[in-house]
Structures are given as C-alpha cells and as structure tokens.
Ligand binder design. Structure first.
Ligand code: ATP
Length: 366
C-alpha cells in the first residue's frame, strides 16, 4: 500500500465535531512503579482548548502522565482534576470511561478484526446506533476515509492508519485528548502533512490536548506551551520561544539544539572566552559557568577580518546550509556552526568569527 500522502487525502477543513473543552489539572502527583518513583510532585494545569506538548528523555514519565489523566494508571499522591471535579486523589479513582478523555496511542491500537467504521463506532456505543453512525462517519469524512468505511485497518497505509486512529479518538468529541507520539511511526516525508492536518483537526475540535513527543521541533510547532519533563518532574513549562530563548538550565538548552560548551568563570559581570567577552549580569563574580553556544545565530563567520581567527576543519552541505566545524585557539573542541551556504568557505580555509552575545546562553555550574 502506498504511503504517499497529500493534503487532498484529508477531508474538508472545519468539519471535525466540536467538543466542550475541559480544564485539566495535575497537582503534586506522585506515581511509584516497581518500587521506583516515576512521577514526583508533578503539577501541570491546562486551560480549556490548550495544546501542551510533553517533551522529555525516554523514561522521564511522559506516557505515565497520559495514563494517569486517562485513569489507566492509579496515583500514589496528589490529585488530578477535570474541570472542578477530582478524578484521581485520596480514595478517589474515576473509571476511564467516566473521564471524557480521548486517547491515541503510538502504535494506533486499531482493532484488526473490525472495519474502519466499526473501529470508530466502538467508542460511541453509549450514543445509540443512529447517532453513533452519524458521528463516526463525520469523523471518517474529516480525515478523508469515508469511502473506506467497510475496509479493514491492515489494508491501510501507515498514514491512513494514523488518520483512522485520529478519527477514532475525536469521534466521541472528548473534551480532552491525549496523543502519545502520534507521528513517530510515520516516515519523514509524510510527517509534515499529517502533523499540520492533525493540528488543524485539533483546533477544530477545541479539545484540550496533551501530545507526547520526543522531537523538540515537533513540540515547538504543535504546542501552545511545551512542558519539559525530567525524571518524573516538571523541569520547565513555557511557550516555544520562551523555552528556546530562556531554557531553565543547561540540560533544557541541550534538548533544543546541539551546543558548543565553554567552561569559564564570571569576572566583573562578564565571561572572557576565546571567542570574546560574554555578558553575565545575573551571575556573581567568581561563579563557575558554562557558556553555551548554539550552532545557529551565535556566531557570524567571514572570510576576512576583523574577528577571532579560526580554521574550517570540516564542512557538510545540507541543501543550502553549511554545517561547519571551526577550530579556534584556546578552545578544546571545534565549534559547530550552521549557516547559509557559502562556496568560499572550504575545509582548511581561515575564517574570522564574531560572537553575537545576545544569542549566547550562560548557566551557573551545579
Ligand atoms: N508497570 C511498570 N512497572 C515498573 N516500571 C514501569 C512500569 N511502567 C513504566 N515504568 C517505568 O517508568 C518510567 C517512565 O515510563 P514512561 O513510559 O512514562 O516514560 P516515557 O517518558 O513515556 O518513555 P518513552 O519516551 O520511552 O516512551 C520508565 O523508567 C519505565 O521503565
């Protein structure tokens, strides 16, 4: 089955069923599994209709948060509220089907022995047959699969299976949706279209949504806010631009781009580096810091001075972009730079670097 996918494969925009978006709130949630704390004092509040992307290393607890919200996982401390109602808390555990949360799993978890239509109506049994069929068909139409309703999931391409899983999760018009790595099984060609159209569907439904992803770029594209999770705790929550420009610590910064790191000490409100001075007004004199330089925007590269002299050690072309490694006297490792392609920049050539201190991050060492 072909996996080529275009926007035309999807149904008309603006036709997804609208939900009554709900507020979702985790307060100081603890979960211990197999004797190990998996969520620790985890708090997060989503306003109705908000899309939050959960980003974090493998094993940081992302899927556990979805399971907790959906009521598949019990908690050991804290509370979970939907609107003003506690659904998980001391002595309280509302059943999954009482929470009004739609789930979409990484592997889509489609029922192989049911047709597409039966897959979607499965979650609509409470509605009565006529309403269930109407709502299921509307969801299938929105994702462009209405003409395949009698087919079986194994006859669909990967992109179509994703669309079916999305239709199934939105068909009951849940006030809250949880998507666990919804695009991870799609290849790069497909991902952009599917991602954009899924986002359009989410906006149409108005559902409050948590999307788990490993991919920082995806989180920045999809999330109204990004929640960065580390060892079961919330490390930072912010908009994409805040979290990118003002990461809470070095580890958070490392999540969003590769970094060249320079160890130094603050003197008179600044840090002297082999690339020039960097202001560090928020750090006391004598503080040991890491200066983190991103490959994009931090350094201007010219083939003539002025600037700090360097030499191009390696270069890769990536369609209009140069990925360079430049050695600079005083730096242990070559610095990584991504910039617009320049034919004059060849391996072995001398270059001159100018630091843009406002793009450079400075973090106190632990
Ligand atoms: N039933 C269980 N018993 C014991 N440990 C578990 C259980 N389920 C999950 N864990 C552990 O809890 C931690 C968090 O798991 P979780 O699946 O929430 O992480 P994640 O951030 O979603 O990871 P990934 O990105 O790899 O999917 C992991 O260390 C995992 O091994």
């Amino acid at each position: 089955m072909s996996d080529s996918e275009t926007l035309e494969d999807w149904g008309p925009r603006g036709t997804a069923g609208v939900a009554f978006a709900a507020a979702l709130r985790f307060d100081a949630v603890d979960v211990t599994l197999g004797g190990r704390p998996v969520l620790r004092n985890f708090s997060l509040a989503l306003v109705p209709g908000e899309i939050v992307c959960l980003l974090g290393e493998s094993g940081s607890g992302k899927s556990t948060i979805l399971r907790v919200a959906a009521g598949i996982q019990r908690i050991d401390g804290g509370t979970v509220k939907i609107n003003d109602q506690i659904v998980s808390g001391p002595g309280i555990h509302a059943k999954p089907d009482r929470r009004g949360i739609g789930l979409m799993f990484q592997d889509f978890a489609l029922f192989p022995h049911l047709t597409l239509l039966q897959n979607v109506t499965f979650g609509l049994r409470k509605l009565g047959r006529t309403a269930a069929l109407a709502q299921a068909r509307q969801a299938l139409k929105r994702v462009g699969l209405d003409d395949r309703e009698a087919d079986y999931p194994h006859r669909l391409s990967g992109g179509q299976q994703q669309r079916l899983a999305l239709a199934r999760s939105i068909a009951p018009r849940p006030g809250i949706l949880m998507l666990d790595e919804p695009f991870s099984s799609l290849d790069a060609r497909l991902r952009e279209t599917v991602r954009n159209e899924t986002l359009a569907v989410l906006h149409e439904t108005h559902a409050t949504t948590i999307i788990v992803t490993h991919d920082p770029e995806e989180a920045m594209l999809l999330g109204d806010r990004i929640a960065l999770l580390r060892h079961g705790r919330l490390a930072q929550i912010d908009t994409a631009s805040e979290i990118y420009n003002r990461p809470v610590d070095l580890n958070a910064a490392r999540f969003f781009s590769p970094l060249s790191e320079i160890e130094a000490r603050v003197q008179a409100g600044r840090v002297e580096t082999p690339l020039g001075p960097v202001p560090a007004p928020r750090h006391a004199d004598g503080t040991a810091v890491t200066v983190a330089i991103r490959p994009i925007g931090s350094l201007d590269v010219a083939t003539e001075g002025p600037g700090i002299p360097g030499r191009v050690l390696a270069k890769r072309d990536a369609i209009g972009i140069d990925l360079c490694e430049v050695s600079v006297a005083g730096l242990e490792r070559p610095i990584q730079i991504r910039r617009r392609a320049d034919r004059n920049l060849v391996v072995g050539s001398d270059v001159f670097l100018t630091l843009n201190p406002e793009h450079v991050l400075v973090f106190a060492k632990d």
